[in-house]
Design a binder for this molecule. Structure first.
Ligand SMILES: [Fe+2]
Ligand SMILES: [Fe+2]
Length: 164
């Protein structure tokens, strides 16, 4: 069943630029030992962020949360060519995709801020940035990862057990 509330999320999923970037990342990461940044990761982040939103009473809409989660890592597609930090490139592509999906200027500003902060200082900003930052980290199953010892995450940051 489809609810009207998520129609713009489906537009993001079907967006040709989004599909091209996600496809490129999938190809780049097909032999990756560490965590991947595929659609599964995006959906994990979206759902965890939405759970946090409900549990902690942030009152954000599903569309705002899912849009930020789907778009936060798309800039990774260009790391091999440009070396530019992916959160910066993600913002550029996300802006275009959000407009095409029908998000207004105010919504875009909030989503882009969260995407921009997701790898840096997202914890310092309540609302969507902190939800995206936390869900991104919580989404990783470090506790059953074969590459645990070699992962660049600090030991104290790795998820030692299931939270969500
Ligand atoms: Fe990221
Ligand atoms: Fe991520």
């Amino acid at each position: 069943m489809q609810t009207a509330e998520m129609t713009r999320i489906d537009k993001i999923i079907k967006n040709s630029t989004f599909q091209a970037l996600i496809g490129k990342i999938k190809e780049q990461e097909k032999n990756r030992r560490f965590c991947r940044h595929d659609i599964g990761h995006c959906m994990d982040v979206a759902r965890i962020a939405y759970i946090l939103n409900l549990e902690e009473g942030y009152g954000l809409s599903r569309e705002m949360i899912y849009a930020a989660a789907l778009l936060h890592d798309i800039g990774r597609a260009e790391i091999p060519e440009t070396g530019v930090d992916h959160h910066v490139v993600s913002v550029e592509y996300a802006k275009m995709i959000l407009t095409e999906a029908g998000f207004d200027r105010n919504e875009e500003t909030q989503i882009l801020e969260a995407v921009f902060m997701h790898n840096t200082d997202g914890l310092s900003k309540p609302g969507l940035p902190v939800l995206l930052f936390r869900a991104d980290k919580l989404s990783r199953a470090c506790y059953s990862c074969e590459a645990y010892e070699d992962c660049y995450w600090k030991t104290e940051d790795k998820n030692k057990g299931v939270s969500y």
